[in-house]
Write a new protein. Structure first.
Length: 350
């Protein structure tokens, strides 16, 4: 290179530099978004809950609105949904209350059977090992009574936050169901004209994917809950209805939620019915896992967007690390929505 001649930059370096600063900007925006959500995560959860309620009840409200004005139709739909949820919770409470005396007796006998089982081969646990564990647990509870009491008071504060989030989510759902399309149209009108069409395409793809995923995951959860409830009832496992409800809620965390709920059911079966029934429940984990993984979830993803199981697993783990249980629930629909928007915008450019 001659003295005084400006250095030449290869096309590869120019391209790499162009992508590098764009990646830095995107990374800064993502970090800022998560920082804001971390400070106001209750609002984010409430809006997400409102969108879920809207995805489930908006079609019902549209049908009811054919015979009633829109506001009474929305109110009637929401009140019906609330009554359904409260009815299920009342059914669970009634089942627990009706089996309380039997449960106490069965669990006492079950603990004794578990101790005898662990003392025999192949475990050969010392007879005084479990009693020592029980005494240490009792000593821990008595010595940390004040700490546990303060944690309980803190839990009461968390309960208030949860109730506030639920109320805000329900309040948001009222307006989303009643006039969500007009709100979205108003939002689009505030944007520059150059991006309105692209935002409209992305918004339609996002809502289509979100509603499809929500309907599908509710169907998966309901089928799993019915299968688990019927199987546990046939096996004579107590608390079949509450455990079925636990399975329904756990199914909203793909891949890992259902096995965890069924593991709880296996522990209950072990304490109440013995190792044989517990083994059958463990086999049930495998069977339902196969049904969910090879039949139900592919159906759900065909309604929403197809994601590789590895992507689903990474999304769930990353979401749980970032925001606990809420992050694990939100991660997969969020990734599905982002990917569907990207696909729709790429198709529009083509």
């Amino acid at each position: 290179m001659q003295p005084g001649t400006p250095p030449t930059v290869t096309p590869f370096l120019r391209t790499a530099a162009a992508y590098a600063w764009r990646l830095l900007v995107v990374g800064l925006l993502v970090y800022s978004l998560f920082a804001v959500l971390g400070r106001f995560h209750e609002i984010g959860v409430a809006v997400f809950l409102g969108l879920v309620i809207t995805a489930l009840l908006r079609p019902v409200a549209d049908v009811v609105a054919r015979g009633l004005p829109r506001p009474p139709a929305v109110a009637l739909t929401l009140l019906g949904g609330i009554a359904l949820v409260l009815g299920v919770l009342a059914l669970v409470g009634e089942a627990v209350a009706g089996e309380r005396t039997t449960l106490v007796r069965e669990f006492r006998e079950g603990v004794g059977r578990i101790e005898d089982w662990l003392e025999r081969p192949p475990f050969r646990l010392a007879p005084d090992a479990l009693s020592g564990v029980q005494s240490r647990i009792g000593h821990f509870l008595s010595s940390h009574r004040s700490t546990l009491l303060s944690e309980a008071m803190s839990g009461a504060g968390h309960l208030v936050a949860v109730l506030t989030t639920l109320a805000l989510g329900l309040f948001s759902a009222v307006f989303f169901i009643h006039s969500g399309d007009r709100q979205w149209a108003w939002f689009q009108e505030q944007l520059p004209r150059a991006v309105r069409d692209r935002v409209g395409i992305g918004g339609r793809a996002a809502w289509r994917t979100f509603t499809g995923y929500t309907h599908g995951i509710v169907l998966v959860a309901a089928v799993n809950a019915v299968l688990v409830g019927v199987a546990l009832w046939l096996l004579g496992v107590p608390l079949a209805v509450p455990l079925a409800l636990l399975e329904f809620l756990a199914a909203f965390v793909p891949l890992i939620g259902s096995p965890i709920a069924l593991a709880v059911a296996a522990v209950v079966a072990l304490a109440s019915q013995g190792p044989l029934v517990a083994g059958i429940v463990v086999a049930l984990i495998v069977v339902i896992g196969q049904i969910e993984g090879h039949l139900l979830h592919p159906l759900v993803m065909s309604w929403a967007v197809r994601l590789h199981p590895l992507v689903v697993a990474i999304s769930v783990i990353a979401g749980s690390i970032a925001a606990g249980i809420v992050g694990a629930v939100v991660a997969v629909p969020l990734v599905s929505v982002v990917w569907s928007v990207h696909t729709a915008l790429r198709a529009a450019r083509g």
